[in-house]
Ligand binder design. Structure first.
Ligand SMILES: [Zn+2]
Length: 380
């Protein structure tokens, strides 16, 4: 019974430790590099996709271009037709006015003639003829009457013809004006469609170009970051020819404060957030609080002191013989590159900079650049 209770307490303690301890860890440089390359691959794929889309869009844009040119030609043709129709309308209007004038004149003439005939009373063409006193007069009158009769008849005919012509011309004019109106509307419609196509085309080009540019920038950023990380790895693995030699033996516990302990060990483990198996290149030392003193684990020369991606504020010390130590997530760096340090010298304050969820020290021991388990080297 007692052992059961103890087991339960142990489980509860372990679970709460897992949840409440400042159990944060930094990405190693190798992990950073790998992540970066994955992101770069993703961005490249995305770029390929966008470029494919762009080339597909270019076909569509070409089609739109054809449509636009076609519409422009149509509008040009319509403009010619409009001019032609305009001339035709003016022409018809002129002709109509001429016919109308002639019609008015003839009508007036006929009315005048009718008045004369009325005023002459019953006098008909025959009466006038019979009143001739001589053959010469008869012939003369006959001739005149014939002329008049002919003229009257022609006049009447003309008037009738002109009346019809006016009707036809008026109808023609109406039709032409309707055509003109229709054509103008069609032209406006074509113009609007063309404008829309142009806008769609431009927007598509703009958007895709923007996407392409953004992705290229992103890839460039990743490449820059990769180069930076690559450089850091190179620097950290370098064998310095300083006047120090790691003579072996026990290193100092790197946090000079009592009550601190390992919250995350060295080695492979499941990532608490991402759930993937990853490699932890050092040990996390917690329960230190912000500002706790971080000290040099052994004699050496500071080879790196500055902000470094996931490590946050980071210090590396080269102890000679290919041995170096790394200290991450510091609140404040208290040393600089090239400084010779003695075991126990203050180099940084505990903090939570970089990829970290609480104040702790990420501590690494590296042999020729490769991270090894620090446990055999340090003693608490
Ligand atoms: Zn860590």
């Amino acid at each position: 019974m007692k052992s059961k209770v103890i087991s339960i307490i142990c489980i509860i303690t372990l679970v709460s430790c897992f949840f409440f301890m400042p159990n944060a860890r930094a990405e190693t440089l190798e992990e950073q590099k790998q992540n970066n390359q994955t992101k770069q691959e993703e961005a490249k794929k995305e770029l390929e996709y966008v470029q494919e889309e762009l080339s597909e869009s270019l076909v569509k844009i070409q089609e739109l271009d054809d449509k636009i040119r076609q519409a422009e030609n149509e509008i040009l043709g319509m403009d010619t037709k409009l001019t032609e129709l305009g001339t035709k309308v003016t022409d018809t209007e002129q002709k109509l006015s001429v016919v109308q004038k002639s019609y008015e004149e003839n009508k007036a003439l006929m009315e005048k003639r009718l008045v004369v005939m009325y005023e002459c009373g019953d006098v008909s063409y025959l009466d006038l003829l019979l009143r001739s006193s001589s053959l010469v007069e008869f012939l003369s009158n006959y001739y005149v009457i014939q002329e008049i009769m002919q003229s009257d008849s022609e006049l009447l005919e003309n008037i009738e013809k002109e009346k019809q012509e006016i009707e036809i011309k008026k109808k023609q004019l109406e039709e032409e004006k309707a055509q003109l109106k229709l054509l103008k509307a069609k032209k406006e419609q074509t113009r609007i469609i063309m404008q829309n196509n142009k806008t769609i085309q431009q927007n598509q080009i703009d958007k895709l170009s923007e996407d392409e540019k953004g992705l290229q920038d992103k890839i460039q950023e990743y490449k820059n970051e990769e180069a930076r990380i690559e450089n850091l790895i190179k620097l950290a693995s370098q064998n310095y020819t300083y006047n120090v030699e790691y003579t072996g033996g026990v290193m100092a516990w790197p946090v000079a404060k009592s009550g601190t302990y390992i919250t995350s060990p060295f080695g492979t483990r499941e990532h608490p957030v991402r759930g993937v198996i990853s490699f932890h290149s050092g040990i996390d030392i917690g329960n230190a609080g912000f500002g706790a003193p971080i000290i040099a684990a052994a004699d050496g020369v500071v080879s790196l002191a500055g902000y470094n991606g996931g490590y946050g504020n980071c210090v590396m010390i080269n102890h000679g013989n290919g041995v170096s130590t790394l200290y991450g997530h510091g609140q404040k760096i208290l040393t600089q590159v090239g400084t010779q340090v003695k075991k126990g010298d203050l180099i940084m304050e505990v903090g939570s900079t970089g990829v970290s969820t609480g104040p702790h020290l990420h501590f690494e021991v590296r042999i020729n650049g490769s991270a090894v388990n620090p446990l055999p080297y340090v003693q608490q």
